[in-house]
Design a protein around this ligand. Sequence first.
Ligand SMILES: [Zn+2]
Length: 163
Amino acid sequence: MPETVVVHCSRMGCGQPFAAKLQERPLCLGHSLQFAHGRVATIQQAAAQTIVTDDLSSEIRAFLSDVISQTVILATQTRLLAAAQRDDLMQISKPAVAIYQTINARRDRRVRYLLRAGEISETCFTVNISPREACVEIARPLTIGQRIVLERIDTQNGPLKDR
Ligand SMILES: [Zn+2]
């Protein structure tokens, strides 16, 4: 016989149906809004005081990405939401998106790397860097889709990325 699994809010004593998953925890609509609201406000304050946002931990990155994806899911279920909850949702997702974009923005930074692509091996400099991307100046042309490896020369950390 097929079993129907109903997921409920993980907050103690709540028992409301699951609406969103934040930090691996299922939460009902009310509790996810409450939790995300508090956490985003805290992160917003931290981000405002931290000049180098690179320092914001990967845990915060993951949480913001959760909030953004979950609020999008919740927003599409508008029939479930009262007007006040929709406003709440916007108040949470807007700053979350803004902080996330700031964290992931490209920064102008000139760092020396060793680029390897097939037979090619050359020293190059970055123009700008983001946590997941880099723009580099190279002498020889590459083809689209070619796999490259960037190895940071000063710290010997690498590969940064291959694409
Ligand atoms: Zn709940």
